[in-house]
Design a protein around this ligand. Structure first.
Ligand code: GLP
Length: 268
């Protein structure tokens, strides 16, 4: 299918906070995901033209899967190269080896990295298998590496039902950076199916902080389905609050919410 960005209907609607946030809404998450993928491809090519790296912040979960699928298609069918792409993933569960099928390393390799030509050394994902004494230094290094690469050009986000972005659970500070966090009970129960029961879900994770995410030059937050409608309303239709970390995105100058109709229905 030939997709042209001009076919995408970008629709802005006022948010009750009176802070207008650009929102793209489409009945099909496939089309909405293609929109995000094409924006990413555009940035990669723009950077290639001036011989620069394109630094992407990437997310796991079901929300970005179709974006990755479209990027893979663009690689195979339209010659999109990822040789100049550097990636930083948002988060990883603590206590999981990279090969574990529930790890975000495994997810990213299978959903994206194994299918494109990104140099392996350009891929960064928080480590889940660190020793206790290694965690703090690892987190500091992760922040420094992002900065050394000139910051994130684009950050892709999903949203958890607690309002988390990455694994920044309620109570996360506006100024938080990459660190180890304790997962919320709701997050653990949402992940229970993948792990064969909530007792098997890791209780901690390493995540980029809110400040790290907000430092990105451009952010796309994607959400599909009615189960995200309440938290989207709380995050973007009310004043921002520490209780809902995604609400901090209201303070960013360049966020696009990319939603399907079911996710967006409480926002219009
Ligand atoms: C996990 C990830 C988040 C993601 C969230 C939502 O908790 N750490 O980064 O946004 O899940 O997942 P989904 O996209 O499957 O709804």
């Amino acid at each position: 299918m030939q997709t042209n960005q001009n076919n995408f209907n970008l629709k802005s609607f006022p948010i009750l906070t009176k802070q207008k946030m650009a929102a793209f809404q489409h009945p099909q998450k496939t089309v909405a995901s293609q929109y995000v993928a094409h924006k990413i491809a555009e940035k990669i090519r723009e950077k290639q033209n001036v011989n620069q790296s394109c630094v992407l912040g990437l997310a796991t979960g079901s929300s970005p899967v179709l974006v990755y699928k479209e990027l893979i298609r663009l690689h195979h069918e339209k010659g999109l190269s990822f040789q100049n792409v550097v990636t930083f993933n948002l988060d990883e569960y603590c206590g999981l080896q990279k090969e574990d099928e529930n790890s975000y390393h495994y997810f990213m390799n299978h959903q994206l990295f194994n299918h494109i030509d990104i140099p392996k050394e350009n891929i960064h994902i928080p480590a889940g298998d660190l020793k206790e004494e290694e965690v703090q230094q690892f987190c500091l290094n992760y922040e420094s590496l992002i900065e050394e690469h000139g910051g994130l050009d684009i950050q892709v986000l999903g949203i958890g039902r607690t309002g988390h972005i990455g694994f920044n659970e309620p109570g996360s500070g506006f100024d938080s950076v990459t660190r180890r966090v304790i997962l919320d009970e709701l997050t653990i129960s949402d992940a229970a199916n993948d792990f064969g029961g909530s007792e098997n879900v890791p209780k901690q994770a390493i995540t980029m902080g809110v400040k790290t995410i907000l430092s990105a030059k451009k952010i796309f937050l994607m959400a599909w389905g009615a189960k995200k409608a309440d938290i989207l309303e709380e995050s973007f239709c009310r004043p921002f609050s520490h209780d809902v970390p995604a609400s901090f995105l209201q303070a960013h100058h360049n966020v696009e919410l990319v939603l399907d109709n079911d996710a967006a229905f409480k926002m219009q």
